[in-house]
Design a protein around this ligand. Sequence first.
Ligand code: PMP
Length: 979
Amino acid sequence: MTTSMSLSTSTFDPVDLPAPRVDEAWAEQVAAERWGLAVTARGLGSNQDANFLLSAGAEPVAVLKVSNPVFGLPEVEVQDRAADLIAEAYPELRICQVLRDDAGAPQRAVVNTPDGPAVARLIRFLGGGTLFDRGHVSPRVAARLGEVAAKIDVALARLDDGGATVDGVDRELQWDLRFAAQVLDALGGALPEHRRAEVLAAGAAAWRQVARVADDLPRQVVHLDVTDDNVVVDASSGLIELDGVIDFSDLTRTWTVSELAIAVSSILHHPGNDPVDVLPAVRAYHAVRPLSAAEADALWPLVVLRGAVLVASGCHQTALDGDNDYAETRLAHEWRICEQAMSVPLAVMTALVREAIGLPVDRPAPPLAATQLLDAAGAEVLDLSSTSPLVDDGAWREAELVERLVAAHLQRGHRVVAARFAEARLAGTTEPTQEPPATVATGVDLWTTDPADLRAPWGGDVRVRDGRVVLVGEGIELVLAGAEVAVADGAVAPGSLLGRTRPGARLRVTVGRNASSAPEAVPSAYAAGWLAQLLDPAPLMGLEPSGLAEDRTRERLLQRREKTLAEVQEHYYAAPPRIERGWRHHLVSDDGRPLVDMLNNVTVVGHAHPRVAEAAARQLRVLNTNSRFHYEAIVEFGARLAELAPEGLDTVFLVNSGSEATDLAIRLAMVSTGRTDMVAVTEAYHGWTYASDAVSTSIADNPAALETRPDWVHTVPSPNPYRGTRRGADAVAYGPEAAAIIDRLAAEGRPPAGFIGEAFYGNAGGIALPEGYLQAVYAAVRRHGGVAIADEVQVGYGRLGEWFWGFEQQGVVPDVIAVAKAVGNGSPVGAVITTRAIADAYRGAGYFFSSTGGSPVSSRIGLAVLDIIRDEGLQQNARDVGGHLIARLRELSQRHELLGAVHGSGLYIGAEFVRDRATLEPATAETHAICDRLLELGVVVQPTSDRLNVLKIKPPLCIDVAAVDFFVDALDRVLTEGW
Ligand code: PMP
């Protein structure tokens, strides 16, 4: 987007500047003759200049830039000075500076071209490519673009230091947005007829907003083209690091804020990017070079003008060029920029920009009401948000819910029922969507038992359109939708009858600037912008304002969390959504959006399962106490657990967590053998309590894990057939290797009390243990009189699909099973199941009492969970839906190099990302970024393994094919579009 056509001031007729007609052989000759370089030249393409990459062998040496002959030395010199200034101010940025000889003189010369003398120079080659075709622009990259644009402006402001005249920057370029209106006048005719009016009208409206503040816009020399095309990136870390800038040929003195407008507009054509995605760039720019209020107000209109100028120029160019695929492709991107820029009202985006940088937002003033619109005092005000206490059975399909609630309240004798302004309502469906749904209400909804009069609170002009009454007066609009209309077009006095409510039917009241064009609900990312145009209609009806437009509960809650809770009590995501509701395999964020939960291994039977809730509630209403009392629930639950375990494992301890269960299992091994040494698998996690932590060596959970093992803990190598020391078919040797370590310990006089390991290698990413592994290890430990412990905390309870317990997959039976998580479906319920003999040995260790382990409520919940797993066929569902999911992920891995392997069974799956399938270099940063992007697309998933490069996929076992397809489609999109 760098074509600069000179424009004559009077008419702005574009003048074409074709690039100088010089070729690679010519470039090589110039390089040799002028600078003594023995290089090969490769044309780099440019619209108005000729650029060649000069290389010695494979090594890039420089770029030979031959400026368009219409530009003289002053223009070129100032561009080089600008580049030097930025490089000096910000050494961390790579800048395409002119190269200098040993004496420090710029390598610049006037050379002859077939189009006349032109300035040629050697400039620094910046490798890595540009941002243009890097796919989706993440908030992090957008912020960096804004920061770089600001740094360029800060540095370029110094060009004017000292007050001397700067040559070569006061020119009239087509891309200078000060001339946007004239350029649209001159080139608008090239726009296709069916789109011309819309683009020109948007341009004209934008120009009016700019004109209002133009005199207050600071000016300076700017790059004017800090776009995705001209910022270079370094992606060697796996993430896009934007670290350099090229092409100073549009350098000009103009409104400084144009720099930012042009930069952010180039985000808009990237896949999956929307207007709000520029806000991180705006914030980052503002942090380096604060924007004034006038600049904030000019920003979005300038983006619109940029979009309009791009398409007008692009259409003009393709008309001149005829068949030019390159120009056609560019034009498609330019149209996307323009459409996106026009897609949100100027006032809405301007309010969002102001809010993003902490400037006050210009809100309409509430007019003085001479009379109430309607008397709704005493109305029942509904809560339709994600924290609504009224919705307790997961039926949050808004329409149904509202109908039910309204009917119930009206029956109970409430005369009026209202739903709140600015409320982020439950999305109205449990079907997640990749685009955030419009959930934030822009008005108040009302239902009445009897027809109620609706009166004009102030005077104005009425328009009735499509059954809606729009009262325009006091500088704002009041809109009634769903009323029985009792007024015709024309002027009305305050207090005039506008209509009546229809009993039982919904009336929507919207008030504000352009209220008639506001959608009924908007996505939460845009809500602040829309709500800044609107007023809460509640006071017009004698109701309290909702206060939700200014609601910052999510942020405040996070601050309070950080202040109140221990720092190590972590949360997922840097900017976590607030989650207060779930249903089956969905979580609902506080903006009402349903998300697919691919993460919650604890909630096996699904969130908010009514049978679990009912079992807990019923028991809570009658008794909850400690396990030393004699009651039925603990007996029944213990018996059910023993029934599920293999023959001989008939004795149960009830505890509260996985950590407690593994800790107790270790204590049982020690006390039943009279020994203290334990053997564990590296890269495992077993819990946080003293003993369970001692046998945990996952460095993802504890970076110092390997160095800080107590001397009674011995580890065997991580039996990872994908990336361990023994891979593929060789992995069968892990078992004998571990057995040999156990034999050696025994030979050294330290026979272990036991071996603890996950029966399916969960923490490393859902990897099946190599065939025969546990057979070899259990045999070795038992050979020396030790105890085999299976940690089934994550993988047991049906998640693997084919097997209820992980050890079944290995064809072994442990001596002790530790289980939790799924057992309580999110409630703290855990258990240890073992033999009578081992259990009896515990007496020797002293005391066992876990007050709430096996309490009446825990036991009832545990029983309900087991009933549901059985009745709903969840283990079979894990097998079938999991099989489908694994097959789909494997198919993805054939198309996306990054997805190196898909591990797992049933609904315990690891999707492992690697930078290189040969070296298996873990793609840790990418995995993190992919998780963040997936959240934006409606999926909750997180990384696991010591390298944090595996998506841990372990959803509630009730998940269905539609939801896993949604997840895989979103992942496919992220891997295709970028993150
Ligand atoms: N064992 C394994 C295999 C686990 O994954 C976990 C928890 N991640 C635990 C034990 C500890 O369970 P809890 O968090 O319930 O204490």
